[in-house]
Write a new protein. Structure first.
Ligand code: TYM
Length: 331
């Protein structure tokens, strides 16, 4: 059975981008593969190092994983820092990751641009830690959104380089995975790029947002003055709303508003109202479970401990073999 690994950074609440780009696939994949889903708290230290926030953020992701339907009996759910073998593999992988390739990574360049005062080595070697996350369980499928594609390419590079250096076929090649052919990029509400935690509070719709908050955010989404000719190409901010509609609404609803747009009869207020209601329906079951699970501390503790033990078993096996391949010997 193929092995699957994926994780989400503990930097706050999860949004629709995380859900449709990643978690929705986690839930489906747990029935078919040997799955490891973790909370990337080590990765979050590159940008979110406040001790008082750390545990709460980790808890958010754990609760939302469970609320979205990941079953701890089917998939192994764990906190990254509970598996120190990952940090050990990261150290080894750093020995054959090169400055030049790390500096060229798009996400590194974005982070430097966004915050030039905090260009730490953890940011530079972020893709190496991510490769260690994946290679520690020798995974081949990694369910992620479009923004992680380059990181997967780097994980393959580092794994293959290790294999070449030590003249073996130890690590298999991991690939980004989505059930449909293409990886997904869920747009935000600001009319520009993707939905993201760092793109501003009102750009993202969170799984835990109340119906009132969702309505307010969607009604404020950026639009233009409306089409001026029939069958006009949609500007990006309007296309974004249609793209969001494609994930939460029925094909009939999308077609209805598409026809109105093409005939220059669209009223953006109506489109937004429908979009908000469909988002509310799509997130309702998760939102309801979030509240129930968040207050069940013994259950959360049990899930995290059980998952950490299972993940460590797999990670320890890899580290034992990797140490042997590298040439460490016990005296
Ligand atoms: P993170 O925490 O930024 O995002 C978690 C997952 O959500 C997806 N995602 C999106 N997908 C579609 N549209 C969006 N707007 C959107 N925003 C976020 C991301 O693609 C991701 O799948 N580096 C990773 C965490 C990580 C990881 C790993 C993932 C650490 N180690 C090993 C896989 C395997 C990250 O920053 O995700």
């Amino acid at each position: 059975m193929e092995t699957v690994v994926s994780g989400i950074r503990s930097t706050g609440k999860l949004h629709l981008g995380n859900y449709y780009g990643a978690i929705q696939n986690f839930v489906k994949m747990q029935h078919q593969f040997n799955c490891y889903f973790f909370i990337a708290d080590l990765h979050s230290l590159t940008t979110h190092p406040t001790p008082a926030d750390l545990h709460g953020h980790v808890k958010h992701v754990l609760v939302e994983y469970l609320a979205a339907g990941i079953d701890p009996e089917k998939a192994t759910i764990y906190v990254q820092s509970d598996v120190p073998e990952i940090a050990e593999l990261y150290l080894y992988m750093n020995m054959n990751a090169y400055m030049g390739e790390l500096e060229r990574s798009t996400s590194f360049k974005d982070k430097v641009r966004a915050n030039p005062d905090n260009v730490n080595a953890g940011l530079l070697t972020y893709p190496v830690l991510m490769a260690a996350d994946i290679l520690i369980h020798k995974a081949t499928k990694v369910p992620v959104g479009k923004d992680q594609e380059q990181h997967l390419e780097m994980a393959r590079t580092f794994g293959n380089r290790f294999n070449r250096l030590y003249n073996n076929e130890y690590f298999p090649e991991p690939y980004a995975f989505n059930f449909s052919e293409n990886l997904i990029k869920i747009p935000g509400l600001d009319g520009k790029g993707k939905m993201g935690k760092s793109e501003g509070e009102s750009n993202a719709v969170y799984l835990s947002d109340s119906p009132e908050v969702i309505r307010k955010k969607v009604m404020r989404a950026v639009t233009d003055a409306g089409p001026t000719a029939e069958n006009q190409e949609k500007p990006s901010e309007i296309q974004n709303l249609f793209d969001l509609m494609k994930v939460v609404s029925t094909p009939d609803t999308v077609e209805h508003f598409d026809n109105l747009y093409n005939k220059c009869q669209i009223r953006y207020g109506d489109l937004k109202k429908q979009l908000a209601e469909d988002m509310i329906v799509a997130t309702a079951p998760i939102r309801e479970r979030i509240d129930a699970i968040a207050n069940d501390a013994p259950y959360l503790r049990q899930v995290a401990r059980y998952g950490a033990a299972k993940a460590r078993e797999s990670a320890q096996k890899t580290i034992r073999e990797v140490r042997e391949i590298i040439g460490f010997k016990v005296f």
